[in-house]
Design a protein around this ligand. Structure first.
Ligand code: ASP
Length: 305
């Protein structure tokens, strides 16, 4: 595998790199389940979690991943409201360079912010979600979860449903899943499907019944109200009626179709609790577990690079 300096997106990766990362993550998943650690691997290295936007799963799992590999982990949460993007990032880069940080995990509400920081800091930069652009570790953990449950990560029909337009998770997943040879379908109202997205090699659907037919995986997305301008959906209730995943709509997919959601979930808006909490159908908890393993694999790979 070519040495990775940063992980700014799925764009730029190839199937070999993805498979190598997933294989390494799989071994970390087994290690985590066995209760063992590898604290020597990143001993003496500093990992900074720099979050300009809220996060629960991503920040804590990067923290846990770093600690399980023995790194010194610092969490910096930065309020964006009072400062402009340019000033914050450049000031922060100067500060981080002075601290000799080795690994920098960045989440920012502006697309491209991690790439800008990567140009300015000595550390290896990992994009933990930038605006509506990419969230590469989410796509990797989703791929690992699918591979563990379906035995492969190619030739599957995967429906991504809901607020595609504002979702960096959708963008990274579309790139990864099409690159690995899956059939990706996007389902949502026209207002929530970005124009021109067909060029990414996906099929578009506006109704769940046709879109879910024959799907192996149903990936639900949160309605990202914080990124919406104006009324893009009539009401949460109406959205649920047409696009919310409940048992009746899941029945359109294959009988063994599995359900995913990156979290945080809006129960009763994009997904019914009955499905979200069904261990026979929902992989949501395993996604969180695989998040730690995938982030360990990414940190390990970048630290060696
Ligand atoms: N946690 C994911 C993200 O940061 C998905 C979401 O927020 O809906 O993009």
């Amino acid at each position: 595998m070519a040495m990775l300096k940063h992980l700014l997106g799925i764009e730029g990766l190839n199937p070999v790199t993805v498979t190598t990362l997933l294989d390494l993550a799989e071994s970390y998943a087994l290690l985590n389940r066995s209760g063992k650690t590898q604290r020597d691997l990143l001993r003496g290295r500093t990992l900074i979690n720099l979050f300009f936007e809220d996060s629960t799963r991503t920040r804590t799992s990067f923290e846990l991943a770093g600690k399980r590999l023995g790194a010194d982990v610092l969490n910096m949460s930065v309020a964006t409201s009072s400062v402009t993007k340019g000033e914050t990032l450049l000031d922060t880069a100067t500060t981080l360079n002075a601290m000799n940080c080795d690994l920098l995990v960045v989440r920012h509400n502006r697309s491209g912010a991690p790439a800008l920081l990567a140009e300015k800091v000595g550390a290896a930069v990992i994009n933990a979600g930038d605006g509506t652009h990419e969230h590469p570790t989410q796509a990797l953990l989703d791929a690992l979860t699918i591979r563990r449950n379906k035995g492969r990560i190619s030739g599957l029909t995967i429906a991504i449903c809901g607020d595609i337009a504002h979702s960096r998770v959708a963008r990274s997943n579309i790139l990864l899943l099409t690159m690995m040879g899956n059939f990706v379908r996007l389902i949502g109202p026209p207002t929530l499907l970005p124009s021109g997205i067909e060029a990414a090699g996906v099929e578009l659907f506006h109704d769940m019944e046709t879109g879910l037919k024959g799907a192996d995986i149903v990936m639900m997305l949160r309605l990202q109200k914080e990124r919406m301008t104006g009324g893009m959906v009539p009401s949460p209730r109406e959205f649920f009626t047409y696009y919310g995943l409940d048992r009746a709509k899941l029945a359109y997919a294959k009988p063994d179709a599995l359900v995913m959601h990156p979290g945080p979930m809006n129960r009763g808006v994009e997904i019914d609790s009955d499905i979200a909490d069904d261990p026979a159908r929902a992989l949501i908890k395993e996604q969180v577990e695989m998040g730690v393993a995938v982030r360990m694999a990414v940190l390990d790979t970048l630290a060696r690079g």
